[in-house]
Design a protein around this ligand. Structure first.
Ligand code: FAD
Length: 258
């Protein structure tokens, strides 16, 4: 089984123009795609589904990645790939990528951007969500403040993140702990801000249970204030995660309702 992407979505090709290693496990790849010139991309979590097999099938094997930045005048965009060792398709591809390589993709999609009616934002994620977080921080409403929690391998694995005035960046080193555990503990211990807050919480699925409990059950944060989802799951390929996601979320919602 493959990721259930809609058949007949337009497919585009992008050519690698530049490769830059940000940390041992994070590589920034710049692409050029003339089809994106003039595109209307108002969100800060725009993502594409790169095709890694079954190009001729209605449902090819895809991997989802965020535009860290996109220039719709030139069609140039950057994607930050977590390389995470030798497992998988996209991570190993990114590790070997070089100028001139070509990928096909579907999309972009996207749904979220910082809304004008909030004065404070909390962003939470691991490295896979850092591009969407960084893009969101760059589009905060004038005068808004934010706390940004980014989980990284260890204190030596930081990378460039925007820190405009009013934004507090909190690096959360895993130091060998399971992905997401240190991150959810850091967010819980910081507590709920006093002012009305918009939450953007994405990354490893394993943190969702704890953070949904913290936000919705223990703190009564209104659901409309929160954008929360799992971008990947430990021990699962993206295909397996996408297939089990609905059930995983339903179980969390049932536990919260009970
Ligand atoms: C909307 C959205 C936006 C995303 N944006 C980004 C992005 O900008 N950058 C990014 O790096 N990822 C992003 N992701 C996550 C990315 O799609 C997954 O990490 C994907 O599984 C990577 O594919 P793969 O072929 O490398 O590994 P897969 O074949 O899917 O998985 C192989 C193995 O690697 C493990 N694995 C997968 N991802 C990670 C990871 N990040 N760290 C450690 N182990 C991992 C899996 O658990 C599995 O055991 C996004 C996901 C979504 C849904």
């Amino acid at each position: 089984m493959t990721t259930p992407t809609r058949p007949n979505r337009p497919r585009r090709t992008a050519t690698v123009t530049h490769v830059r290693r940000l940390t041992d496990e994070l590589v920034r790849i710049s692409f050029h795609c003339p089809d994106l010139i003039g595109a209307d991309l108002p969100h800060t979590d725009h993502y594409v589904k790169f095709i890694f097999g079954g190009e001729d099938q209605p449902r090819p094997v895809t991997r989802t990645y965020t535009f860290r930045r996109i220039n719709t005048r030139t069609g140039l965009f950057d994607v930050d790939f977590v390389t995470h060792g030798s497992a998988g398709l996209a991570g190993p591809w990114a590790q070997r990528a070089k100028t001139g390589d070509i990928l096909t993709f579907q999309g972009p999609g996207g749904a979220w951007r910082p809304a004008e009616d909030y004065g404070h934002f909390v962003f939470v994620g691991d490295e896979s969500a850092a591009p969407a977080i960084a893009a969101g921080v760059e589009k905060l409403p004038a005068g808004a403040t934010a706390d940004v929690y980014v989980e990284i391998a260890d204190a030596g694995s930081t990378f460039e993140m925007p820190e405009p005035e009013g934004v507090r960046l909190h690096w959360v080193p895993r130091n060998g702990a399971t992905h997401g555990t240190k991150l959810s503990a850091a967010v819980r211990s910081a507590g709920i801000p006093h002012q009305r807050t918009s939450w953007f919480v994405h990354g490893v699925a394993e943190m969702l249970k704890e953070l949904r409990r913290f936000l919705f059950l223990d703190s009564g944060v209104p659901r409309e204030d929160v954008s929360i989802s799992g971008y990947w799951r430990i021990g699962m390929t993206e295909d397996q995660w996408q297939e089990s996601k609905r059930e995983f979320n339903a179980e969390l919602e049932a536990a919260e309702a009970g």
